[in-house]
Design a protein around this ligand. Sequence first.
Ligand code: UD1
Length: 359
Amino acid sequence: MLKFLHIVGTRPNFMKAAPVLAAMSARNVPQLLLHTGQHYDANMSDVFFEQLGMSPPDINLEVGSGSHAAQAAEVMMRLEKVLIEQRPDWIVVYGDVNSTMAASLVASKMGIRIAHVEAGLRSRDRSMPEEINRLVTDQLADLLFTPSKDGDENLIREGIPKEKIRFVGNVMIDTLARLLPQADLKWSQLKSRFELTDYVLVTLHRPSNVDDEHTLKEIVSALETIAKSMVVMFPVHPRTKGKLAAMGFESSVQFRLIEPQGYLEFLALQRHARVLITDSGGIQEETTYLGIPCLTLRENTERPITISEGTNVLIGRDMNLLMSEFNAIVAGRGKKGSVPDLWDGKASERIADILVHQS
Ligand code: UD1
């Protein structure tokens, strides 16, 4: 029987891998899970394994932080040894992070086949490290599982043979749909702990928003204006935490900087928020599924379906637009969307069915 090695590295990989691992395990497929260690803090990694019901990784490369080149190089050197030892027939990689791309480079040169879950997404913005990771991974992959039809179109345009591409839907929604009842159980505790009524939920971590002090200041000052009328809940990513601290910015009653949340806690917070303000990729999708308005602080998105069908609005850097969209939502004129095709909680079943039939 074929042997599969799943590779994860960061927070947004875990919720994508969990349902695929479960679906393959239900089919008795020999498989191992490898964590590159790109994300290593307990609240960026361990809590997700626990809440998603994933067994601890079989192998941890413990690469940690570094420049993109250093991080990718560490993954490549350490992974090569594991692949020589384990000789999987396939690796399965997820999303668009540095670990995804680095693993794909190593496997392809060793003749090990690659399945890419969440293939075909394109922002067409090469200043994003994730866009480079997507382009490289998709060129090297042998099977490309797309979450939406625009992914298929992008891949075909780039010359990827049709027979490698499979539109399976969105695996992240499999996890969301499965764990929503458990997230609901967390709500009453969160509500009383943070004394929540109406609130805005914010996440920010893209280098383009947080690495430059001037840009970050502009965003924070718009959020401060919003905080005058509604509580802002802001779980702070480690990258952003350092930058805010350097700016001397502190938490207040109306503008609350909190630790990164677990999967269930964050899902509960999303479900009850009036609006999300974010630069995340995954949150654009989760809010579309939940029907919560999402204002995205980016010039572009690799997930256009969240705009054409979902609740997402691109704000870019235009803080006046942010304020007017926020006011429209508060006035009850927020965008109403629908759930895209095959975001039905069964994408991982479709992926597992395809993988078990490979030779
Ligand atoms: C990475 C992904 C991004 C994803 C994000 C989710 C790439 C190119 N980017 O960005 O696509 O949306 O994860 O979180 O792969 N750090 C910690 N503790 C941790 C992890 C990171 O303190 O557990 C610190 C690092 O030391 C570094 C910063 O956070 O200073 C950034 O971490 P890194 O993994 O390089 O990129 P992210 O910004 O998290």
